[in-house]
Write a protein that binds this ligand. Sequence first.
Ligand SMILES: [Zn+2]
Length: 81
Amino acid sequence: MFLLIIENLILFKYVTWKTCCMYTISCRDVGRDCDCVVQGETEEEIMKNAAEHAVKDHGYKEEDIMTHEMKEKIKSYIRKS
Ligand SMILES: [Zn+2]
């Protein structure tokens, strides 16, 4: 019984941690006609995912996204939940 409570607590913590620290960028926020929401667990990961999505689905070139200006722009759209 005691162990079960501990297990639930750990699970609960894990779930809260998972959902509280997700970074998301919605393409609609960026002004794209696209329902995609890019997610990542870290800022680095979401930047990578957003870049991949932009290249794959929006016809961007990788070097267009890797500029300092573009990175800052993408960062400004990141929402942390
Ligand atoms: Zn998109």
